[in-house]
Design a protein around this ligand. Structure first.
Ligand SMILES: *Cc1c(COP(=O)(O)O)cnc(C)c1O
Ligand code: SF4
Length: 476
């Protein structure tokens, strides 16, 4: 055993000479920030919630009812806390926004309104005009081509054995950066949406397709957001899928725990419905899990911990998917803290997505290089099963690719090229935000002919690299 450990720790290629000690210095508990969760009546510093007691704040119905659904109400709630210029900036920001607004009191209370420009939660949910950049010239509204791969409206069958079922088109909050802004939320000045209502007729068509395609084993139930499904709808969808012999795995995806964790504490009917599906699945040897969407450690408070403790006690496995966002979680320190804090709540960090090409949020996208750098620093800080995989969901429907797996990455033009041999033939191209590139290259992105030349050159190089590695590889 000791010999084995030695071999693992000090392989022949190790730079540490044998006999050297590398003892860990002691750590002070006060430096373990992932365990220090915001607690107490933090919401009472917002004037509108000054007299709201804990029982009311934890009531999910009060949270839903009191959620803010238009910019004027949002500004009324925070007007005494923010700099006046900020208010104008938000009003203009919403005029250009492709997403509707919905912010829960919980979320609103977690934003530092004294410094709204830099707050990582404000950046995700409230647009400000002065910080918007023009969209990337190659952006299209449904950049992942989810509709193109949908045999039934709201059912995307892209991968061989798994499919994405968009059960409904509403959410407990609306995120500025939503990949599904083509469908999610109500129409805005900028975008007329595709309708994906929770109608049982559309669901029946989806169930029929899933049942008929024997190769399908794994269904992601999303939207919109599973939080918005009624308890009886969770039961209906869960049972329908569990009863199909081909289905082995179901995931209910929701941003809810990140923006309204109290529902898991006070909506007994909803959590009981989910638990029943999980338990029935377990008896049938089928896995039913919860997928959450936390992006920043500030979204995890003592209320979140309490909510997730309850989920854990019921034996429900929870995994998290984050989106890498500029000014939100694009630093090593923040991402490490997020990963550790999720682990502390027994949530497995599963994916970090490099930001999709989405309308109106160029200020939130990062370069692929940022993802590579952060991944390097995150891997090693905690358990491997708590270490997220950094992925690019390839525009054009190539599916998720590990960020490091590009065939070619031209850091100068910001073009990366991916291949997805088991998903779709061809090459898939991702673009770094133009404002992060040199002035010369930025000028080229303004010219259509130059754009095509840069993209052709990158794909050409990817083909060369691909052919070279294919020759050297023994994998067939
Ligand atoms: C993300 C996604 C899935 C699930 O993929 P995993 O990598 O297994 O999490 C399935 N279908 C579609 C269309 C997706 O975008
Ligand atoms: S919760 Fe998810 S589906 Fe809903 S707006 Fe946010 S990112 Fe989009």
């Amino acid at each position: 055993m000791t010999e084995l450990l030695k071999t693992i720790g000090r392989g022949p290629g190790s730079l540490v000479a044998s006999g050297d000690k590398h003892l860990k210095p002691r750590v002070d508990a006060s430096s373990l920030h992932h365990r220090q969760l915001l607690d107490g009546p933090f919401w009472q510093k917002i004037p509108a919630y000054r007299n709201v007691d804990e029982a009311t704040f934890l009531d999910h119905q009060w949270q839903a009812k009191s959620s803010i659904t238009n910019p004027a109400k949002l500004l009324a709630a925070v007007q005494d806390l923010v700099p006046p210029a900020f208010i104008e900036d938000v009003i203009t920001g919403f005029k250009h926004a492709p997403m509707s607004i919905r912010v829960s009191p919980y979320l609103l209370s977690l934003i530092d309104w004294a410094d709204p420009y830099n707050d990582p939660l404000r950046r995700q949910f409230v647009p400000v005009a002065s910080k918007l950049f023009p969209d990337h010239p190659k952006l299209t509204l449904d950049s992942l081509h989810e509709q193109e791969d949908a045999p039934v409206a709201g059912l995307t069958h892209r991968y061989p054995d798994k499919a994405l079922f968009l059960a409904l088109d509403t959410c407990p909050v609306y995120c500025r950066f939503c990949t599904r802004s083509y469908a999610v939320g109500v129409d805005t000045d900028e975008v007329e949406k595709v309708s994906l209502k929770a109608t049982e007729d559309r669901w029946d068509q989806a169930f029929q397709y899933i049942g008929e395609r024997v190769e399908l084993e794994d269904i992601v139930v999303s939207g919109g957001d599973s939080y918005q499904l009624k308890a009886r709808q969770i039961t209906l969808i869960g049972n329908k899928l569990l009863e199909m012999p081909n289905i082995r795995r179901i995931r209910f995806a929701t941003k809810g725990p990140a923006v309204m964790p109290m529902k898991l504490i006070t909506d007994h009917e909803w959590l009981d419905a989910l638990t029943a599906v999980v338990e029935r699945g377990r008896k049938l040897h089928k896995e039913v899990v919860l997928h959450t969407h936390f992006n920043h450690p500030n979204e995890i408070t003592a209320i979140t911990k309490r909510a997730l403790d309850g989920v854990f006690e019921r034996g429900i496995i929870t995994r998290n998917q984050s989106v890498l966002q500029r000014g939100v979680n694009d630093s090593i320190e923040t991402m490490q803290l997020l990963v550790k804090r999720l682990g502390h709540c027994q949530v497995h960090p599963y994916y970090v997505y490099v930001h999709d090409l989405v309308k109106g949020v160029e200020d939130l996208r990062t370069t692929l290089q940022t993802a590579l750098d952060i991944e390097k620093a995150v891997r090693g800080v905690t358990a491997g099963f708590h270490t997220p995989t950094f992925v690019v969901d390839a525009p054009g429907g190539g599916g998720k690719r590990v960020a490091h797996s590009f065939e070619h990455y031209d850091r100068e033009t910001g073009i990366s090229v991916f291949a997805a041999p088991s998903v779709k033939p061809g090459f898939f191209v991702y673009f770094d935000p133009v404002d992060t590139l040199s002035p010369d290259i930025q000028a080229k992105w303004k010219n259509a002919a130059d754009q095509d030349r840069m993209i052709e050159a990158a794909i050409g190089q990817a083909k060369l690299n691909h052919a070279q590695t294919a020759r050297a590889s023994s994998v067939r």
